[in-house]
Design a protein around this ligand. Structure first.
Ligand code: NAD
Ligand code: GLY
Length: 353
């Protein structure tokens, strides 16, 4: 029996519930039974998560009448590529997985993104479930249906909008996360606070928040945006706060800096740009830095304006001669701001100089 769980309903091109709570891995089968009749499932996971959590999920699925196979790939962003993607598809085909079967993404954002993309393509689309095991995946990547792999030219350059049929977030799984990965999750948590609610930032800084409540709050922020702009034509772009610079930083670092760490540095750069433009008041930049430092996140990275510019220009967010930046007006409110790409190098240079 599930106790003290929180449920957030999402209404998008596919409707689904996000269930948040402790010990939920042992309820995966029970939760799924309410939405899909027993079938074959393939758990896709990575080499770190597999020894920790696959058995619990398999046991729960089998208890509820599902069969479970698994596909495990080497942990890390470097695996989020075309080769792993095709290997997953080949595995599904060799196992004769059909359209009525189910993929289960068990892991962080890397697992969720690549599994979701595989689910969107295999047999032109089969159902998948997100079981996020990092804070970052719980508050961001498992919700909203963006799936992707990286190409040599940059992050997330091939992908699809494809919603899961359920998100099941067992917050107990965060207990095994290395400290650095917890911090990365907080980069996205703080992002929501800067975007939508100063009081949320204040309560994070007070250290008094319960983790289930933090996840619930963040997925509600994201759900509300996704329901209004699922396909990223307007206000969903706000969720990219810090990401234009972050994708460049991740790439230049050879992915030694994680996504969350890069988002933290990118958020500081975005706030500095906002200050330089007079969009937010002086001192906002320092406030943002302080919050990120409090959660052990980096706020600087050795990168040139040219490198930031090059990455930004190969990013999906570019539209011909304009690039949309997300800039804070104040903590709790951000705006979309179009800049001419020809001015970008100068803008970055003033922000990091
Ligand atoms: P990740 O999936 O690489 O996980 C981080 C590390 O933690 C990995 O080494 C993983 O093996 C390990 N791990 C995962 N769960 C664990 C657990 N419970 N205990 C111990 N170790 C565990 O990275 P991430 O930070 O979760 O996600 C980053 C990815 O998400 C990036 O590829 C980014 O582009 C993507 N992303 C996508 C969206 C979206 O909307 N689709 C949003 C944000 C980020
Ligand atoms: N992580 C950004 C988005 O989902 O739109």
């Amino acid at each position: 029996m599930m106790k003290n769980t929180k449920t957030v309903a999402v209404k998008a091109s596919g409707n689904y519930d996000i269930t948040i709570g402790k010990g939920l891995l042992s309820n995966v089968g029970e939760i799924l039974k309410g939405i899909k009749k027993p079938c074959r499932t393939v758990i896709v996971t990575d080499s770190n998560v597999d020894p920790l959590y696959s058995d619990a999920v398999i046991e729960s699925l089998e208890k509820a009448g599902y069969s479970a196979d698994k596909y495990v790939f080497a942990a890390g962003e470097k695996s989020k590529n075309a080769a792993t993607f095709v290997e997953i598809l080949e595995f599904l085909a060799s196992e004769k997985i059909t359209r009525s079967d189910l993929l289960v993404a068990l892991g962080g954002g890397v697992v969720g993104d690549i599994t979701g993309f595989a689910a969107s393509c295999y047999l032109r689309g089969i159902d998948f479930v997100q079981i996020p095991t990092t804070l970052l995946a719980a508050v961001d990547s498992s919700v909203g249906g963006k799936t992707a792999i990286d190409l040599k030219a940059g992050k997330n350059l091939a992908g699809a909008f494809y919603q899961p049929i359920a998100v099941i977030c067992d917050t107990d799984t965060f207990e095994t996360l290395p400290e650095k990965e917890v911090a990365c999750g907080y980069a996205e948590v703080i992002k929501y606070g800067i975007l939508f609610e100063k009081e949320f930032c204040d309560s994070l800084m007070s250290g008094k928040c319960d983790i289930d409540e933090i996840v619930e709050k963040c997925v509600i922020f994201k759900r509300d945006i996704v329901e209004r702009d699922e396909f990223d034509n307007g206000e969903r772009k706000l969720l990219n706060l810090g990401h234009t610079a972050a994708h460049g930083i991740e790439k230049v670092s050879g992915y030694s800096l994680t996504h969350g760490q890069a988002v933290a540095v990118g958020t500081v750069i975005a706030t500095k740009i906002a200050e330089n433009f007079g969009i937010c008041k002086e001192g906002t930049y320092r406030e943002v830095e302080k919050m990120l430092e409090e959660f052990n996140l980096p706020t600087k990275y050795d990168i040139t304006a040219e490198e930031l510019c090059e990455a930004a220009l190969s990013d999906k967010k570019r539209q011909s001669s304009k690039l949309t930046l997300v800039l804070p007006e104040k903590i709790g409110k951000c705006v979309l701001y179009d800049v001419d790409v020809e001015n970008l190098k100068d803008i970055f240079s003033k922000a990091i100089g």
